[in-house]
Design a binder for this molecule. Structure first.
Ligand code: BES
Ligand code: MN
Length: 458
């Protein structure tokens, strides 16, 4: 390919990806259910154009899973590619420089909700497959794509599918491309993901809202009750007050900790450029990387209740709810932690309040054995194209279905083409186009190299 051909292919690819990103497939908002389906349909069309003889939308109680199979290549290895077409809600809208579903390029970066998480990365793998197919006229290996629409909302369609048909995960390697480089120029492979326990805490103290003058000083306030409970769940130093939680954590071993110590990490730049606050908080006796990768968290995502409109209204709220979640590290299981959270909240609840914990969703943490041959194959591709082998890191985030993807015994490769400052779940999410273009070449080379190995024994 000469320069103009590359440029022309890039223009076309940018147009295609823009189309995909313009579909507001926000899985957690019921009002966007039709958009989620449109995104699934968009993928169906693209997989068909890619030459996949099998393309199906698998239905369940929620957004469909897109399943596509490339043409059968006898004797060649099979790679299963996982991704998700759903995105997080784009709010707060007024903080976007350009609207979240009007993808826009500025300074070599494509800004849109889902650009990095995960539509842009799904697209990258589709184009990598297209590239290897075009290079030899025939795909050199077997591919299966499993692209779900409920990763961001804790849905059940893909779980039900894999429980009913575990054979779908039979492959020589599973590739999950929903993460980022460790830093620009530093590709990464992940040895662990945190699990999650998401719940709502609902408080009712009165039958109805009351005048805060007539009853202020005597009537129990639901928001005050709620925030006292929340404050009781974590102390000022950042320690979560759930008995047994830290004792159950399996800490990283010395070898892993020393790998992390050798990674370049600029705490001041991390604070200023990514976190954008005035200080880092949490258990400061641990390093930042340990706090994000190897310790549990408890975060409050939002509080609803009382009067939040313009101006002033004097009222004692009768009810309030908070959305909270814990991130779980190895040693902590979702079901157990969910029960511990309920018990901790029950202990903190005053007798005159009706306090309920409503579990929303969750999943167990994941650890990956990266010593299997497929990892070396990817590493060679990173070295060849990005100029550096992958560093072994962990993810603070979660991908709930990952444990199930490995059930048939295939190595699960967790990696990605994002950059740490992509702003996942935040306003102005972006994907660096350089990452996309090199990513396509990296995974194309990965496919070619994998095809060239004798069918790896996992
Ligand atoms: N791509 C992320 C997971 C991720 C984030 C991995 C950062 C590594 C670093 C994924 O799409 C995601 O956001 N998952 C949710 C899952 C949750 C809703 C159960 C998450 O982590 O919040
Ligand atoms: Mn996400």
């Amino acid at each position: 390919m000469d320069q103009t051909m590359v440029a022309r292919a890039q223009d076309r690819m940018l147009r295609e990806l823009t189309e995909f990103l313009a579909i507001p497939s926000v899985s957690t908002l019921p009002s966007h259910a039709a958009d989620c389906r449109r995104a699934a349909e968009w993928l169906r069309t693209e997989f068909t154009r890619l030459g996949c003889p099998v393309v199906t939308l698998i239905e369940g109680k929620g957004h469909p899973v897109v399943w596509a199979e490339g043409p059968e290549v006898a004797g060649a290895p099979t790679v299963l590619i996982y991704g998700h077409y759903d995105v997080q809600p784009p709010d707060p809208l007024d903080e976007w420089v350009t609207p979240p579903f009007e993808p826009t390029v500025r300074e070599g970066r494509l800004y849109a909700r889902g650009a990095a998480d995960d539509k842009g990365q799904v697209y990258c793998l589709m184009k990598a497959y297209e590239a290897v197919r075009d290079a030899s006229g025939m795909p050199p290996l077997n591919v299966r794509f499993i692209i779900e629409g409920e990763e961001e909302c804790g849905g059940s369609v893909i779980y039900d599918l894999l429980r009913a048909e575990p054979g779908r995960t039979r492959a020589d390697a599973v590739l999950v491309c929903d993460m980022s480089y460790y830093a620009p120029g530093w590709p990464a492979v992940y040895t662990a993901l945190r699990g999650m326990c998401y719940a709502e805490i609902a408080v009712r103290t009165l039958e109805r809202d009351l005048h805060s003058g007539s009853y202020g000083g005597v009537a129990p306030n639901a928001i005050e009750t709620l925030v006292r409970i929340l404050a009781g769940l974590k102390d000022e130093r950042g320690e979560i007050r759930i008995p047994g939680l830290y004792d159950a954590v399996e800490p990283p071993d010395d070898a892993e900790l020393s790998t992390w110590k050798r990674l370049p990490f600029d705490e001041a730049a991390f604070l200023e450029e990514e976190v954008t606050g005035k200080a880092l908080t949490g258990l400061t006796r641990y390093s930042v990387l340990e706090r994000v990768w190897a310790l549990p968290t408890l975060e409050i995502h939002g509080i609803r209740g009382g009067f939040t409109g313009e101006g002033a209204k004097t009222v004692i709220p009768a009810q309030a709810t908070a959305k909270v979640s814990l991130r779980l590290v190895p040693g902590l299981e979702y079901q157990t932690v969910s029960r511990w959270l309920e018990e901790a909240v029950a202990k903190l609840a005053p007798s005159w309040a009706d306090v309920r914990v409503i579990p929303l969703h969750g999943g167990d943490p994941v650890q990956v054995d990266v010593r299997r041959p497929a990892f070396e194959v990817l590493d060679e591709a990173f070295l060849e194209v990005a100029g550096r082998r992958a560093v072994l890191v962990r993810a603070g985030g979660s991908i709930p279905i990952v444990p199930e993807l490995g059930l048939a015994g295939a190595p699960v490769i967790l990696t990605g083409i994002g950059l740490p400052d992509d702003g996942l779940h935040s306003p102005n999410e972006k994907l660096d186009l350089h990452q996309l273009w090199t990513g396509i070449t990296i995974f194309a080379r990965f496919f070619e190299r994998l095809a060239a190995t004798a069918r790896p024994q996992g």
